[in-house]
Design a protein around this ligand. Structure first.
Ligand code: C2E
Ligand code: CA
Ligand code: CA
Ligand code: CA
Length: 275
């Protein structure tokens, strides 16, 4: 028993050490990658379920690494948050996204993810508005997605940042609703314009009665609060039809397309006459 216990400890230490090395590599890599323009926006189509029309994109960060290929955000966003690099990373993503989208069809919106840590920066609204102006991108085409509870450490500051953004026409979405710290109380803390249902519920709604009930309840809640709902993780037409029947406003997911680079998004829009 003692031997296996020691083995467990050894394994644990090695795993920790590995995680630390990886984390440091990522942090040091990010310091170079952000100014070098290696952190780029990808665009995931969002569809209006009532009309089937493309209405905009969620902006998702990718690290185009010179030797490791494309690194997904789950590997570097948490490191960027812990190391204080998230503010710079986020603005770099927004600047590129605004510059790309400025001459797309003006009916197309952009939904940008903001880390709760960023809601502690009293200048956040000014920085975002400045980026829209410099990018020639109308602020009323922008939606900000926020999750979780860290914003409650300083709710007054978060409210004031959000108030400044909304004064300029920016909309606010509550992301990953139903998971983690996201709760009913959050809906009243900030003036949300939209709720996003987490993909974990949507992916399983046809085979799991509880998931289906949760999706149904969130759409009903949205209707009662006058908040349109977006479902993420819509992988099939069957799910899209079910969501539309329940009154869900928008959908995104592999049924409509995976996130695309700026160049590929441009080609897709050109083919549809949306440039
Ligand atoms: P999220 O905001 O919940 O984004 C949705 C994730 O679901 C994206 O993963 C998207 O590619 C994936 N997804 C979309 N449709 C489907 C589908 O039909 N099926 C499945 N299985 N997955 C789908 P991604 O791009 O890896 O992003 C992961 C997370 O990283 C995002 O979750 C978001 O929390 C974070 N993130 C991405 N970009 C940024 C950013 O610029 N800033 C911040 N703060 N966070 C970001
Ligand atoms: Ca999101
Ligand atoms: Ca998320
Ligand atoms: Ca999600």
């Amino acid at each position: 028993a003692k031997k296996s216990g020691r083995g467990g400890v050894t394994w644990f230490n090695r795993a920790m050490e590995h995680a630390l090395i990886d984390r440091n590599d990522i942090e040091n890599g990010l310091r170079q990658a952000i100014p070098a323009g290696q952190i780029v926006p990808y665009f995931e189509p969002q569809i209006d379920l009532a009309t089937g029309r493309l209405c905009g994109f969620e902006v998702l960060a990718r690290w185009v690494h010179p030797t490791q290929g494309i690194i997904p955000p789950d590997r570097f966003i948490p490191v960027a948050e812990d190391s204080g690099l998230i503010a710079e990373l986020s603005l770099a993503i927004m600047r590129q996204a605004f510059a790309a989208a400025r001459d797309w069809d003006p009916t197309l919106s952009l939904s940008v993810n903001i880390s709760p840590y960023q809601l502690r920066d009293a200048w956040l609204a000014q920085k975002i508005i400045k980026a829209t102006v410099e990018g020639g991108f109308a602020a009323n085409r922008l939606e900000i997605e926020v999750t979780e509870s860290a914003l409650f450490d300083n709710l007054a500051l978060a409210q004031s940042i959000v108030g400044s953004l909304k004064n300029q026409g920016v909309r606010l979405a509550l992301d990953d609703f139903g998971t983690g710290y996201s709760s009913l109380a959050h809906l009243r803390a900030l003036p949300f314009d939209r709720i996003k249902i987490d993909k974990s519920f949507v992916l399983s709604m046809l085979d799991n009665a509880d998931s289906a009930a949760i999706v149904n309840a969130i759409i009903g809640l949205g209707a009662n609060l006058n908040l349109p709902v977006t479902a993420e993780g819509v992988e099939t037409d069957t799910i899209a039809e079910r969501l539309a029947a329940l009154g869900c406003a928008k959908a995104q997911g592999w049924n409509y397309g995976k996130p695309l680079s700026i160049a590929d998004t441009r080609r897709m829009l050109a083919a549809r006459g949306l440039l």
